[in-house]
Design a protein around this ligand. Sequence first.
Ligand code: PGA
Length: 258
Amino acid sequence: MNLKYRKTIIAGNWKMNKTLSETRAYAEALKPQLGKHKWCEVVLCVPAVNIPGAVKLFKDTRLAIGGENCHYEASGAFTGEVTVEMLKEVGAKYVIIGHSERRQYYNETDLTVNKKVHAALEAGLRPIVCVGESLEQRELDVTEELITYQVKIALAGLTESQVRRVVIAYEPIWAIGTGKTATAEQAGAVCSHIRGVIRKLYGARVARAVTIQYGGSMNAKNAAELLAQPDIDGGLIGGASLKPDDFMAIINAANQEA
Ligand code: PGA
């Protein structure tokens, strides 16, 4: 991470976990430990229905709440979907876009990711855009090409000041929920590659300002090593964000690194 130019962001991705009462118990356990994370921003992305409750529970802290998905249209006949304005109005500050589970199970494509990124930024939400290769793609040695393609399309048509507000999460699909983490060198190399892609598109100043996270079995034990990589500016954390103590340990690792 490089605090001179960009913010470290530790974000939890709760996926389809925790009811509102479970969220309350979590907040009660985490809140007394929070407050000292002055070096990094802390975010919890929770199921849409629990965003208003989570915003209320964390109101007196610096922890921000985010959504896990959004639609790109402003309204319409899209049963079951939520708009960026709906997320914004209930207090979300971030939204995850293009998570590999959404790409895999709900047919999200790079083009819909791009539309969602535009919609989120226009509503004033910060998008956390997920990119990453499958094991097969890594073995075929096309990781860099694939990531370049995903990043280029996700950012297509954005202005420089919009790109500065985008967070990119590099999440190798083979490391998500598998307990198999990319090595710090593997993760760091792809995050550097992503910054290089942004540099080519928008110049060095913008590239330096963009927060690039690693995600995929990040936990209390491996966080410090991953975060020590110069181009890894935080994490998108699934499983380990569900336990307040584990999540706090990752936040502390980010603070120590600073
Ligand atoms: P994981 O999930 O930390 O459980 O691997 C990360 C993610 O999917 O964002």
